[in-house]
Design a protein around this ligand. Structure first.
Ligand code: ADE
Length: 224
């Protein structure tokens, strides 16, 4: 899976992707991350990428030309069509199902906005999906882009060495995950539930499912 990240802050992307499972996935070439600095594509002699909004108002708006050219270059490098995903609080809310749906592409181009936003015309012209990671506003699209990359990349076969662990988690069966325990058996007077020590796999599965259902009912009844 190949991710091309159009951003004004490529170092942010590099830093997040240099650790843990993401670093390993990149080393194994199962996942490739290509940050591209939008500023490098500005035709302006001062490498400007933003300007005042028509109609007035606070902040600056990223203009069309560098974004359009950066996307064209990403497509040239990919060698075929690939969707452009714009991270914005105005988008559809990202879900586990969407992470699965994006796996069908071998390359995705992610556009990270900044300032007050992006000129609407370049969105109309080239953006295929507008995605939000939740109902709150961040300073830019870099962290949301990393959220998408992480959620999609961990579904790529081979990225998680314990393949079963991608399936047993929260949302994969429409429920929140059951509680997990490890050693010691007693910690601060709190005991691991007896059933987990029984070695009876069917009973353990049954208990976990009932815990998942109870937890979902209590915390996220909207999922049921
Ligand atoms: N950019 C700023 N806030 C965002 C959000 N909540 N989701 C996606 N992109 C964003």
């Amino acid at each position: 899976m190949n991710f091309y990240i159009l951003t004004l802050f490529p170092d942010m992307v590099v830093a997040v992707m240099a650790e843990s499972i993401m670093a390993r996935a990149r080393e194994s070439k199962l996942v490739n991350i290509y940050p591209m600095n939008i500023r490098d594509f500005s035709a302006d002699k001062h490498k400007k990428v933003d300007d005042y909004p028509y109609g007035g108002g606070a902040g600056m708006v990223m203009f069309c030309q560098p974004i359009f050219d950066a996307y064209q270059e990403a497509l040239r490098r990919i060698g075929h069509e690939a969707p452009l995903v714009y991270l914005t609080p105005q988008g559809h809310t990202f879900t586990q199902q969407m992470a699965h749906d994006f796996l069908k592409y071998d390359a995705l181009v992610l556009l990270c906005g900044h300032y007050e936003g992006v000129d609407e015309r370049v969105i109309e012209e080239i953006v295929d999906f507008q995605i939000s990671i939740g109902d709150y506003v961040l300073t830019g699209g870099e962290l949301p882009a990393m959220v998408l990359v992480d959620a999609i990349a961990r579904l790529v076969p081979g990225v998680l060495h314990n393949e079963a662990s991608a399936g047993a988690e929260s949302f994969e069966n429409g429920l929140l995950e059951y509680p997990q325990y490890t050693r010691p058996r007693v910690w601060h007077g709190r005991e691991v539930p007896e059933i987990l020590l029984s070695g009876h796999h069917a009973k353990v599965d049954e208990w976990r499912l009932s815990q998942s259902k109870a937890r979902t009912e209590r915390i996220r009844p909207d999922l049921l």
